[in-house]
Ligand binder design. Structure first.
Ligand SMILES: C[S@@+](CC[C@H](N)C(=O)[O-])C[C@H]1O[C@@H](n2cnc3c(N)ncnc32)[C@H](O)[C@@H]1O
Ligand code: SF4
Length: 386
């Protein structure tokens, strides 16, 4: 694929900021509300923000749409349909558009899957997290392993494509236990799996437990062994890692997330959504008001909820290209870095990192991180960007 083709895809991210309860490890922009959510009011606000964004970047063809959260599977299917209609009124929609919705795997949510499919969703991503009921409880999840696997089976029957997420490197998790959990998960996998190492996010209940010594995570050696077995087992099952935490059969990659990682153009719609818009040839970083009710009021008074709208310098774009692209197994094209930065990557730094076995240059000249480099990816990126 040429660089021009890579740059063409355009994604639309829609953020639904509500959950039934807050998981103790999660720091995403998600909120619990006792009162019912006024979905028609949200639809009107999403529609206005889509219109305002399309006015800034008209004439795009949408290749991917992603409903993320929070818990988008709490939305009524007609809410999802109305938002998709709004996207289609302002931009052209590619004939092979990928429309993903993140779902929590409870039976109540699975009951809405047919409605989402009828609204146009053609891919679901389910937050299974674990196949062990005791662990699910500890993670604050509202579903059992049985319920999750039932939701996966319903998703497989209804949607052309599905994926599910698991979290590993959890407290007290042994290598043997993760190996067998992953074997069980792979039986139910379709073309895609997201496997995340548990991260302790600041100011979450897990961070407090961790600080007080009550939540002990795997040490570096075990973390590395867990990561290695994850790569090996998924590759053996035909789903190699195409990104540090994402595994797919060739062709089954999440095209929306590839837009981010290949540093393409995307619009962020809804509370706390981020975008990268190319306006008059300049790439801009956008972000919206995070608090749902404040976002609603802002959109209702100004027509959009944007609070950040910064032109990115050439260096900033070059750094973002590294940060996103080096997560991918395919790596980056160093010529694209040079075009952004106005200078090539530092050959000595690359040679030093390659000497440690952390990066390699492919036959077609791409720079990518190796298996040994992925566990220290942040340091590799920081070194190259310095
Ligand atoms: C923000 S959630 C949204 C989807 C949905 N609400 C859910 O929980 O299933 C997206 C995914 O991020 C992952 N995630 C969230 N917080 C994490 C953390 N602290 N460490 C590792 N993975 C995390 C989970 O696997 C989750 O499925
Ligand atoms: S992990 Fe998912 S369900 Fe749990 S609080 Fe975060 S967004 Fe909500």
């Amino acid at each position: 694929m040429s660089e021009a083709e890579r740059a063409t895809p355009f994604g639309v991210y829609i953020h639904w900021p509500f959950c039934l309860s807050k998981c103790p490890y999660c720091d995403f922009n998600s909120h619990v509300r006792q009162a019912a959510i006024d979905e028609p009011r949200f639809v009107a606000a999403f529609t206005a923000e889509i219109a305002a964004t399309a006015q800034r970047i008209p004439g795009r063809t949408v290749s991917t749409i992603f409903f993320g959260g929070g818990t988008p599977s709490l939305m009524r299917p007609d809410t999802v349909g109305a938002i998709l209609d709004a996207v289609g009124r302002h931009w052209a929609i590619a004939s092979d558009v990928e429309i993903t919705l993140e779902a929590n795997p409870t039976s109540v949510e699975a009951a809405r899957f047919r409605g989402y499919r009828a609204a146009g969703v053609n891919r679901v991503s389910l937050g299974v997290q674990s196949l062990d009921d005791a662990v699910l409880k500890e993670l604050g999840r509202l579903h059992t392993a049985r319920e999750a696997l039932d939701a996966v089976a319903i998703a497989r029957a209804i949607f052309p494509r599905y994926s599910f997420d698991l979290i590993y490197a959890r407290p007290r998790q042994t290598l043997a236990a993760w190996r067998s959990e992953l074997v069980a998960a792979l039986v139910h996998a379709g073309e895609h799996l997201s496997l995340y190492q548990l991260t302790i996010e600041p100011e979450t209940p897990f961070a407090a437990l961790h600080a007080s010594g009550k939540l002990v995570l795997p040490d570096d050696d075990l973390g590395r062994a867990l990561y290695d077995t994850t790569l090996d087992q998924c590759a053996a099952a035909g789903l190699p890692a195409y990104e540090i935490s994402n595994h797919a059969r060739p062709g089954g990659e999440c095209r929306h997330n590839l837009v981010y990682w290949r540093y393409g153009e995307y619009a962020g719609i809804g509370p706390g959504a981020h975008g990268r818009l190319i306006v008059d040839g300049t790439r801009r970083a956008t972000a919206t008001e995070k608090r749902p009710e404040a976002w609603l009021m802002r959109v209702e008074s100004r027509g959009h909820g944007v609070t950040v709208d910064d032109a990115l310098s050439r260096d900033e774009q070059a750094d973002e290209l590294l940060l996103m692209g080096l997560r991918l197994a395919e790596g980056i094209d160093p010529r694209r870095y040079a075009a952004f930065a106005g200078r090539p990557l530092d050959a000595e730094r690359i040679a030093a990192l390659a000497g440690h076995g952390f990066v390699e240059t492919t036959a077609d000249g791409r720079l990518r991180v190796t298996r040994s480099g992925f566990p220290v990816l942040d340091a590799v990126v920081a070194d190259l960007a310095a």
